[in-house]
Design a protein around this ligand. Structure first.
Ligand code: NAD
Length: 403
């Protein structure tokens, strides 16, 4: 099996290290940033890539391996590959989709690891008629919490999720020569266990991108702009109010799923569950106390030591609102979910408050009042940004290319 990993960040490093260590898997890496390709290539000349894996019991193991090549040349990167994993923040997906649209061979499997809300619609849109020649898998989140320690040389895997949901769409003209999900599972290893979600509406409402925005909003909505002496803990610092906002947001997402289920009984939306249940199933082994949503986040060993995104200012810290917890998780998360809620006719007062706060700090406009009519909706992946305004239109759009 020959695979391509697109990206040069934390997730791409972690997955490259794990996949390159698999017997019978050859790994190419493509990063469009020339400096990343050069730095990583230089690092691999002198040593292998090491992933240090932290276990819930506190022990650490190390795996060392090497990809075949790291390049910024798409033609070299895609030659002979059967699976393409896109492992970058979702605001970068369009860059890789536009390259793939020109260069991939029919019957290639495209995997968003993670996909984030709207991945499948954007992939179908940007690949156009060619999308019917491919299969698409979109994961709800990244399988691991991970951070680069030294570029091209060392990455830390802080914890695995236990399960991970994924969409699976096969184009009308696609003839994959291998079992898609089983092959991805064998490359990921035993954890997380992949669970296929039966439709795109459900994966879009899965919880990956609803975790960070309510915590950011709860923490910083009344910030008086005074720099802080230390970086506050992100998950271990979650308080009752932040957990309550996250819980209410999750209620609205679950309500949207139920409404879609009622309107389209043939769609199975049962995998869209409340955030509390999501934590229990995805981090069963890592959570010390799952008696509440707040404790599930505070006692999750995979999140240990993770801090709020902050920028240093004269030996003190201010929040970094350009970090992906807002710039990714709002346009490629909440705004997409808001789009489905609008289509399903569900009111979302908590989601609206968070989007309003986030769009003001980002200098964007997605909603006006509670209506999804802002000038920047077209840069999000809400169904409306693809001209899809009803459940039937979304279904027909997908069915026109997918078996
Ligand atoms: P990252 O921030 O490390 O990715 C940065 C990389 O993306 C860069 O090194 C570059 O290769 C590419 N990139 C960024 N901006 C670009 C641009 N403008 N043009 C071209 N390339 C660009 O991200 P990550 O930590 O690897 O996360 C990948 C995805 O997984 C994200 O969607 C993230 O939300 C999600 N995720 C990450 C973690 C984690 O622990 N790292 C956990 C859960 C989910």
């Amino acid at each position: 099996m020959k695979i391509l990993i697109c990206g040069g960040g934390n997730g791409a490093h972690c997955f490259t290290a794990l996949a390159s260590a698999c017997p019978n898997v050859e790994v190419n890496v493509l990063t469009v940033y020339e400096d990343e390709a050069k730095t990583w290539t230089t690092a691999l000349k002198s040593d292998e890539l090491t992933v240090s894996i932290s276990k819930p019991d506190g022990s650490v193991t190390e795996t060392r391996s090497k990809p075949s090549l790291v390049t910024n040349d798409i033609k070299v990167a895609v030659a002979g590959v059967q699976i393409i994993f896109i492992v970058v923040p979702s605001y970068v997906h369009h860059i890789y989709f536009s390259l793939l649209a020109l260069h991939i061979q029919p019957n290639t499997l495209i995997v968003g690891l993670p996909g984030h809300a709207g991945f499948e619609l954007q992939c179908l849109d940007m690949l156009g008629n060619k999308s019917s020649n491919h299969a698409i898998v979109g994961f709800e989140s990244l399988p691991w919490a991970c951070r680069i320690i030294e570029y091209g040389k060392r990455v830390q895997l802080l914890g695995y999720k236990d399960i991970l949901h994924a969409s699976f769409l096969v184009g009308t003209n696609c003839n994959l020569q291998f079992p898609a999900i089983e092959t991805i599972q064998s490359i990921l290893g035993s954890k997380p266990r992949i669970k296929v979600v039966s439709n795109v509406f459900a994966i879009t409402l899965m919880t990956g991108s609803i975790i960070h925005p309510p915590i950011m909003y709860g923490k910083w909505k009344n910030w008086d702009k005074t720099p802080l002496p230390v970086k506050p803990l992100f998950y271990q610092g979650v308080d009752e109010e932040q957990a309550s906002i996250a819980s209410k947001l999750s209620d609205e997402v679950v309500k949207t799923a139920k409404q879609i289920q009622d309107a389209c009984p043939d769609l199975d939306m049962s995998q869209v569950v409340h955030l509390s249940d999501w934590f229990k199933s995805h981090y069963h082994d890592e959570i010390g106390d799952n008696s509440s949503l707040m404790t599930s986040m505070r006692t999750n060993s995979a999140y240990e030591g993770l801090v709020h995104p902050m920028k240093a200012v004269e030996n003190r810290y201010v929040p970094d609102f350009e970090y992906r917890y807002t710039t990714e998780d709002v346009p490629f998360g909440l705004v997409v979910m808001k789009g489905l809620a609008v289509i399903a006719g569900v009111a979302t007062p908590t989601m609206d408050k968070i989007i309003q706060w986030a769009q003001s700090i980002m200098g964007k406009e997605f909603i006006i009042g509670t209506d999804l009519v802002g000038k920047d909706v077209k840069f999000s992946r809400a169904p409306q940004s693809f001209g899809l305004n009803t459940l039937e239109q979304v279904q027909d759009y997908i069915k026109s290319r997918i078996r």
